[in-house]
Design a protein around this ligand. Structure first.
Ligand code: B4P
Length: 326
């Protein structure tokens, strides 16, 4: 059976049996400097049980998790067993068919992605939703928005919206003129340190060798990681507990270093609140669970790109185009 059929079949059964919880959400958009942010308001998600023991606190993950939901996983959520990974349904989803790609053996969420992780993520992204656009993300480290310390990438299908490309950050990527695969870029309009590289689809699509695809994706990923550290050294003094967000679509990979997990926001009436932001925030997709959070996002000044800069790391001077890292 194809991966797409397995995803659908397992999802339908898990939803029916109550092993998976789907939370209804309202969607709205707010544009900032050409990026049409998708704001998802899911009030019922606030009732999701919080597992404080498994919250990432330090890179050493000194606090051992009491319960690891991925080892062993609930069998009702297992879509497919692979050699080194397991494809699971996300138990708490606001996007149907949201998948987790978890390591079969325990690895830390603070470790970088390996060639085999990237190869599996790419393959799942291409096949889990019958080729419809999708996004892989990885919340790495204690300030990345991750809540589970067991290594897991996530995969979601992207909605086809009329008001702009998906994910919303792609509109900034689309503005890179004469972009070349493998070249690493920074985008003037993003007020936080980041690196982004276009992927060579002709190469990946024509490759019939699993290792060749893995090696290519790993070369892109580690090139980006090096470039991100170069930027950090130029603009700040990176600490030992590095956190970052990773985003991969069929067109590009992007890395954003993180300084904080929570953004401090105030609504129009001055009421303060904290908002947890993960990789999806940097893709242009923000999640809120309370009406005051929604109101604060709708009115946040000076705009949502600056909100991201609050939890990322601001440039200390102008970003510049970077050299080919291949
Ligand atoms: P993490 O990397 O640790 O954390 P996260 O995605 O930020 O989700 P978090 O757990 O903090 O949930 P939140 O309320 O913010 O990923 C852990 C993953 O494991 C999560 O996907 C979690 O749901 C899942 N999980 C936990 N226990 C499980 C179990 N027993 N079996 C299987 N899976 C389990 O966000 C809720 C969800 O909405 C998350 O999936 C999040 O990724 C997603 N989300 C956040 N922003 C979104 C946006 N803008 N649009 C769509 N979805 C969004």
């Amino acid at each position: 059976m194809s991966l797409a059929s397995l995803v659908k079949q397992t999802y339908d059964a898990a939803l029916k049996s109550g092993d998976l919880l789907f939370f209804d959400a309202e969607k709205s958009t707010r544009s900032d400097n050409g990026v049409n942010f998708l704001i998802t308001y899911a009030p019922s998600l606030a009732s999701k049980p919080r597992n404080e023991e498994t919250k990432l606190e330090t890179l050493d993950e000194k606090k051992k998790p009491k319960v690891n939901p991925f080892l062993p996983p609930n069998p009702a959520l297992v879509v497919k067993e692979l050699d080194e990974h397991r494809v699971l349904l996300n138990k708490f989803c606001i996007v149907p068919h949201h998948l987790l790609i978890v390591s079969k053996e325990y690895r830390k969420q603070s470790e970088p992605l390996l060639p085999s992780d990237l190869g599996v993520a790419w393959k799942c992204m291409m096949s889990a939703y019958n080729g419809a656009p999708a996004l892989v993300f990885y919340n790495c480290g204690p300030y990345s928005g991750a809540s589970q310390p067991h290594k897991h990438m996530q995969l979601i299908p992207l909605e086809m919206l009329e008001d702009g490309p998906q994910p919303p950050i792609k509109s900034a990527f689309d503005e890179i003129k004469d972009r070349k695969a493998g070249q690493i870029y920074t985008l003037d309009k993003l007020p936080f340190i980041h690196v982004i590289t276009p992927l060579d689809r002709n190469f990946i699509d024509s490759s019939t060798d699993k290792e060749e695809t893995e090696d290519y994706l790993a070369q892109m990923f580690f090139g980006l990681l090096d470039a991100m550290f170069q930027q950090l050294r130029k603009h700040t003094s990176p600490g030992s507990e590095m956190s970052y967000n990773f985003i991969m679509t069929g067109q590009f990979m992007m890395l954003v270093p993180r300084a904080k997990e929570m953004a401090f926001i105030q609504d129009a009436d001055g009421r303060p609140t904290y908002l947890s932001i993960n990789s999806l925030g940097f893709a242009g997709m923000l999640l809120v669970k309370a009406p005051e959070e929604l109101k604060a996002l709708e009115t946040y000044e000076p705009g949502l790109l600056n909100l991201l800069a609050e939890v990322g790391i601001r440039w200390s001077d102008s970003p510049e185009e970077m050299v080919d890292a291949t």
